[in-house]
Design a protein around this ligand. Structure first.
Ligand code: 5GP
Ligand code: ZN
Length: 136
């Protein structure tokens, strides 16, 4: 898509530290890594988010994650990782071309996980019912 920075990376119009490429996907290092080895996996086909992505592209992205993550972790000596998919501006998505973050983790690296909260009685049941209603 014209003007999309990740499409430009996919078509080699702008450079990136590419670590893996196949027919449908590309993986390259994030320019502002959370930890060493922080990698982005994108489908070559433009879609703003996972939800608009074709089934083939979405599956290919997950295949690539499975294939390359062990090498990323071994390369940086990491025992664990978080996968992230920021979807929509409110969720922190800055680049509107579907991408998945592979973020290597280290013991006591200071990175925070999401903080959950206690619920009030009936809250979870009500939300589950509303979601299921829309899936019928
Ligand atoms: P988002 O918040 O959209 O999930 O994350 C976008 C990510 O893309 C950010 O972590 C940012 O550092 C990375 N990024 C943005 N522009 C570029 C770029 O031109 N090259 C590379 N390698 N990473 C980029
Ligand atoms: Zn794009």
């Amino acid at each position: 898509m014209t003007g999309c920075i990740f499409c430009k990376i996919a078509s080699k119009q702008i450079p990136a530290n590419v670590v893996y490429e196949d027919k449908m996907t590309l993986a390259f290092l994030d320019i502002h890594p959370v930890n060493p080895g922080h990698t982005l996996v994108i489908p070559k086909e433009h879609a703003p988010t996972l939800l608009e992505s074709s089934r083939e592209s979405a599956h290919a992205v997950v295949d690539t994650v499975q294939k390359i993550t062990p090498a990323i972790l071994a390369a940086v000596g990491s025992p664990a990782f978080n996968l992230g998919v920021n979807t929509g501006s409110a969720a922190g998505q800055a680049v509107h071309h579907f991408h998945l973050h592979i973020m290597p983790r280290f013991d006591a690296d200071g990175r925070e996980l999401w903080h959950g909260r206690e619920t009030v009685p009936g809250e979870l049941e009500a939300v589950a019912a509303k979601i299921k209603e829309r899936l019928e």
